[in-house]
Design a protein around this ligand. Structure first.
Ligand code: F0G
Length: 463
């Protein structure tokens, strides 16, 4: 069992050798302690590799595209396909992969018409093996956990990290320990962790409480932590941006809009954009904007009330449980990428999230509530003039519609806001609801229902 992760042990002859760099004091080291914090100033670490810069951008683009036609395990992964910009393990045998990445980039014709933004896309990370963007990071971090010889990996989670970690641990022959807030994660995500064989602990606290416990645990027990504090996770999540740019033929969009919870994903995408610019893969930076739920708006408040200088944490509350986080670990990394790319940070209400989720569903793709903050946030940025209709905008949909069926059912049945302060106001969302119809099991009843629906079909111009 290794007590730390070192770059020396994970470099490959003839391949890039990475280092850990503290985002606070800039200290560069070859190894990281179990909590992935700087031993001098306790700030978070990121991975850096001077050899990444020496790559020829034109050659990289054609190499990455060519790999899409190959059948080697590493090439079939939409993450490891981009391995020239990733930390590499000693041996390809160590790589734990479930063919993650290579997710679709969809046009959103309905939302395009409604917002007037003609080039509006959704990068759907919910199409990953366990149904969320976490898989792109987990393949890299689980690989390094396995290489370091860990028997146990662990995470605190609002659900998706735990589902992903449990799956990759199972594939990599490791055991997994999950700490989740009791009653505050969807059954769908919890059931995934159980099926993949995780030791799952439901704690009487929130996500922030689970993460605090995990950080204390890794200092006492030989478990490898797989939260996004682990910089290998963020390296894998960088590939979302690489893949997106490849799908856009390396023409940078004007805006990328991403949900913000613990703020690992925004940090990873921002890091990728800055590296791409430095290497010459792109000629200009898209703006990266982060959207949070009003009730879990730590980054919004950190920027508005503290100018991004210190974290303003909050007691988080939102029905978008994936981002029910009040004390985001990667807030400093996220502030840096927002400032570097010129992006904005906005918050959206529970009603706005519910409407946006229904609208993304009506595009025939769907997503989980946390992902829908991107469309809700886009409308606000548009109104504020921070996004212009003639610009190219990409929404990052982080999780599948199937991740939170309770929320979806409750919305369509009209129960989502029952008994809340927004109950009255939520009636305006009735046109987005499609509640199930209970009818007799007769042909007449089905035909009558069909005819009634036909008369009220908003897409039928003869109606
Ligand atoms: N969207 C979904 C679907 C998520 O599951 C998360 C985070 C986020 C957005 C926010 O991403 O934390 O990188 O800012 N889920 C974590 C989890 C916290 O435990 O599954 P972030």
């Amino acid at each position: 069992m290794s007590s730390s992760t070192t770059s020396e042990e994970s470099s490959q002859p003839g391949q890039a050798t990475f280092r850990f760099r503290c985002i606070g004091c800039g200290t560069i080291t070859g190894s990281a302690a179990q909590d992935f914090r700087c031993s001098d100033c306790s700030n978070l670490l990121e991975i850096t590799d001077s050899s990444w810069n020496s790559n020829n951008p034109v050659a990289l683009k054609s190499l990455w595209r060519e790999r899409r036609t190959l059948n080697e395990a590493l090439d079939l992964s939409g993450v490891w396909r981009f391995r020239e910009l990733l930390p590499m393990p000693q041996s390809a045998e160590d790589v734990v992969t479930l063919r993650e990445g290579n997710t679709p980039l969809y046009e959103l014709p309905h939302s395009s018409r409604a917002t007037g933004i003609t080039r509006l896309y959704a990068k759907h990370q919910g199409m990953n093996p366990t149904g969320s963007f976490k898989d792109a990071g987990m393949t890299v971090a689980a690989t390094f956990a396995r290489q370091a010889g860990y028997k146990w990996v662990a995470c605190a989670s609002t659900g998706n990290t735990s589902a992903s970690m449990a799956a990759y641990a199972a594939r990599g022959g490791m055991r997994s320990l999950v700490l989740v807030p009791e009653g505050k994660i969807s059954w769908s995500k919890l059931s995934q962790a159980l099926d993949y064989g995780a030791l799952t602990c439901q704690l009487r606290t929130d996500f922030d409480g689970c993460l605090r416990l995990l950080q204390a645990l890794v200092k006492r027990a030989p478990v490898y932590q797989l939260n996004s504090i682990n910089p290998f996770r963020l390296e894998g999540q960088k590939t979302l941006a690489l893949e997106l740019l490849e799908q856009l033929d390396w023409q940078p969009p004007d805006h990328i809009i991403v949900p913000g919870g613990n703020l690992g994903n925004s940090s990873a995408i921002g890091k990728a954009l800055l590296e791409m610019l430095e290497i010459g893969l792109i000629g200009r930076l898209p703006k990266l904007s982060v959207i949070q739920a009003e009730g879990a708006n730590a980054l919004v408040r950190t920027l508005r009330e503290a100018g991004g200088k210190h974290l303003v944490s909050v007691q988080a509350e939102t029905q978008a449980t994936a981002i029910r986080i009040g004390n985001p670990a990667s807030w400093e990394k996220a502030v840096k990428v927002l400032q570097a790319t010129g992006g904005a940070c906005e918050q959206v209400s529970e009603l706005e999230i519910a409407q946006a989720k229904a609208e993304i569903g009506a595009e025939g793709i769907g997503c989980e509530p946390a992902s829908a903050v991107t469309l809700a946030g886009l409308k606000k940025l548009l109104k504020a003039g921070l996004v212009k209709p003639d610009e190219t905008v990409v929404l990052v949909l982080t999780g599948s519609l199937l991740k939170d069926p309770d929320y979806t059912m409750s919305f369509h049945r009209g129960d989502l806001f029952r008994g809340t302060a927004q109950e009255q106001e939520s009636l305006k969302l009735n046109s987005f609801r499609h509640s199930p119809v209970m009818i007799d099991a007769t042909l007449d009843a089905v035909i009558k229902t069909l005819e009634t629906a036909e008369k009220s079909d908003p897409t039928d111009s003869n109606a």
